[in-house]
Design a protein around this ligand. Structure first.
Ligand code: GRG
Length: 337
């Protein structure tokens, strides 16, 4: 699924930039990375993902008055870091499918998928070196390296919490918010932050776009949590609910654990205390979620962060056409009508 209309203007040069970063000597690892990025048949779609983070990075640069071409190295680096994290996440979660195709580890085995992920992380660093060819002051380049690598470190900590929470039943909503802030929102923030920094020195604009990215990232992860349970169910997909099987403490689950009546809470605790979950357990968990209003709560929370993101956007003082475009992109990412 591609980003909406106005953003197709970035697509050709972004893909060309990503391909250039991966254009080194041909090797099995290159093939694996190319497969993951959706290029196995020479074309880019399907299977490439939405390219949301690099789109946001290029957009931020352009919206604050910069030349978005200057942000291509940062946009490419951020997309590669995102994809690296997905390759490793799929191994850790034992996910069989990503973007409706077999995951890298399913095709090549876990050991080699780890190598492909690591290679992609190294390529992200190399993608950033191209900033030197642009008219970007050295000091700013160092700042960009720091932002992107700090975001990567935060991502690792977020992923640590996500995995750690699988073993726990006492995770509360504020711990959940910390986890998604780290594993998802910080890369959205870095995308907007680096893009804006490459386009302007106006601190107010940079600060507001950073905050927009962060709140958008929070809303986006909550939206993903909702889709992870109900969209797959509604689409009647085979083996949905991997988040439930993996005991992920997503927002609807945490809410239900906190708000279910005594009987339902007892049932949930009983199911989560067992070694393996079977399809019937998952169905019971979903019924409890539905009874407690966990979906409505998650939707309200998503809306709250979306509205906060819109406020941040207004504070950036962008030209009306850019304000509108950012709203379109946020609406697309969150399925907001
Ligand atoms: C980056 C050094 C470093 C470590 C990474 C594995 C890991 C540590 C982190 C994983 C974090 C993770 C999987 C977060 C989920 C983020 C998320 C919402 C993914 C889906 O994003 P989309 O929908 O994906 O933008 P597409 O397919 O469109 O690219």
């Amino acid at each position: 699924m591609a980003s909406p209309g106005p953003f197709s203007r970035y697509q050709r040069r972004l893909e060309a930039r990503l391909r250039k970063v991966l254009s080194g000597e041909s090797s099995p690892l290159q093939d694996m990375m190319r497969y993951h990025l959706g290029w196995e048949n020479g074309s880019t779609r399907p299977g490439s993902g939405k390219r949301s983070r690099p789109t946001l990075c290029l957009f931020a640069c352009e919206a604050v008055g910069g030349d978005w071409g200057n942000a291509l190295p940062a946009a490419a680096a951020i997309e590669l870091i995102h994809n690296f994290s997905l390759i490793h996440d799929d191994i850790q979660d034992k996910s069989y499918e990503r973007r409706n195709r077999p995951t890298v580890w399913v095709k090549w085995g876990e050991e080699q998928a780890i190598n492909a992920g690591d290679a992609m992380y190294a390529l992200a660093q190399l993608a950033l070196v191209d900033l030197l060819k642009r008219d970007v002051p050295a000091e700013k380049i160092v700042t960009l390296y720091r932002i992107i690598n700090k975001a990567s470190l935060t991502l690792c900590n977020g992923q640590y919490l996500d995995i750690e929470f699988e073993k726990r039943l006492d995770v509360n909503t504020s711990q959940y918010m910390e986890m998604i802030d780290k594993k998802t929102a910080c890369l959205f923030e870095a995308a907007l932050w680096t893009g804006a920094l490459l386009g302007t020195d106006d601190e107010q604009k940079v600060r507001s776009l950073r905050a927009f990215g962060r709140n958008l990232g929070l809303a986006f992860q909550i939206h993903n949590d909702i889709l992870g349970i109900w969209a797959k169910e509604e689409a009647n997909r085979e083996s949905p609910y991997t988040d439930v099987y993996n005991r992920k403490k997503t927002l609807p689950i945490i809410y239900a654990l906190e708000h279910a009546n005594e009987t339902d809470r007892g049932r949930m605790l009983d199911i989560y205390a067992r070694d393996g979950m079977v399809a019937r357990d998952v169905r019971r968990v979903i019924s409890i979620l539905n009874r407690t209003g966990a979906r409505r709560y998650a939707e309200r929370t998503r809306k709250k962060y979306y509205q906060q993101a819109t406020k941040n956007l207004a504070q950036a003082g962008l030209a009306p056409e850019f304000f509108e475009q950012a709203q379109t992109l946020a609406g697309f990412l969150l399925d907001e009508g």
